[in-house]
Design a protein around this ligand. Sequence first.
Ligand SMILES: *[C@@H]1O[C@H](CO)[C@@H](O)[C@H](O)[C@H]1NC(C)=O
Ligand SMILES: *[C@@H]1O[C@H](CO)[C@@H](O)[C@H](O)[C@H]1NC(C)=O
Ligand SMILES: *[C@@H]1O[C@H](CO)[C@@H](O)[C@H](O)[C@H]1NC(C)=O
Ligand SMILES: [Cu+2]
Length: 348
Amino acid sequence: MVNLALFSAAALAVGALASPAKPKCDNIGVRRNWNSLNGDEKASFLGAIQCMMQKPSLSPNGVQQASRFEDFVWTHQYPGYAIHWVAKFLPWHRWFVKAYHAELQECGWEGEMPYWAWEQDWQDLSASNIWNADPEIGFGTYGNFDYNNVYNSTTITDGAFANHQIQFPFPHMLTRNLPMTANYPWTGPGPYCQRGYNPENMKNLSSIATYKDFSVALESPDPIHNPNSFPGPHGAIHLALWGDMRTDGTNNSSPNDPLFYMHHSNVDRIWASWQALDEKHLYDFEGNTDFYWETGMRSGLAAQLDDPLLYAEKNAMGSEDLKVSDVMDTTEWPLCYTYEDMEPWVVR
Ligand SMILES: *[C@@H]1O[C@H](CO)[C@@H](O)[C@H](O)[C@H]1NC(C)=O
Ligand SMILES: *[C@@H]1O[C@H](CO)[C@@H](O)[C@H](O)[C@H]1NC(C)=O
Ligand SMILES: *[C@@H]1O[C@H](CO)[C@@H](O)[C@H](O)[C@H]1NC(C)=O
Ligand SMILES: [Cu+2]
């Protein structure tokens, strides 16, 4: 098991060592589809998340969040303008999910980070196996939209996170609202923003030649410069789930829903799968460094492989000296994982 202190010390060494001396992975973990975990594994994974929700905050910003779980929400919110609709979107979230997995290991989870292969649920997202009301093995269901009781009707009252009380960035209960997007207008044909992750769009992603175009297509075109575009798969799932998962802009607090990490693990899998399609893809990295949500402005500075990953929470996330280039190859240290299914473009 990875000890967090070791993890941090090891990560700090990345910047200090020349690349040929980079440590080797002891073994390559295989991230599995949530559907292929058995009941005991699911219970252990969800129990580790509950443990994180009960662990005291390490107060990375000098403010006591309600829990270690909420520290991660803050960590995601802090660099907002520099991690969404920019080249760094995929590498930043790759390390974020890895750091979250390390915390779950501290809480007793012994497996790899699982993923939610939502592209396999494209025909009817509401029928996905991810919606499970069982308090031991389920993430809960998707909310029950009621026009007569808009806010409270969306609180999740079943599954492992039933009535989960959130404090950061403002007090409320965990919400989802999938029924809200059954016919959401600007997402194109199909319910639940299906157009973003249907087989045709997934196939399209696999044929994109450059990181610059691939990253935008997977994340979503930025909504300020492309108000009429369809969301990419990443954006489509955030929107479709509504509730906490769709918070963006200044709050940027979607990691309040534990499904955020199941979602981003799949986004990462799609990137890793694209990287594996062509050797030219593995270290391909290009695009913008920043995007100001309020104005849509960019500095125009070109992103580079040796840009720092930019984690506000130094040391605690083992990322102080990590660069984008350190997280391009999932099968190399400090990542050391792969995915059991590297063909998200194939409907199973
Ligand atoms: C929502 O529920 C809370 C109790 O959890 C209650 O205090 C509040 O008045 C309710 N709001 C609405 C709009 O029904
Ligand atoms: C897939 O790509 C084709 C060709 O660029 C385009 O016409 C089509 O709209 C795309 N489909 C989706 C679902 O994005
Ligand atoms: C952000 O949070 C504030 C409360 O702190 C809330 O009033 C506001 O509506 C939220 N904005 C978004 C976009 O959710
Ligand atoms: Cu994000």
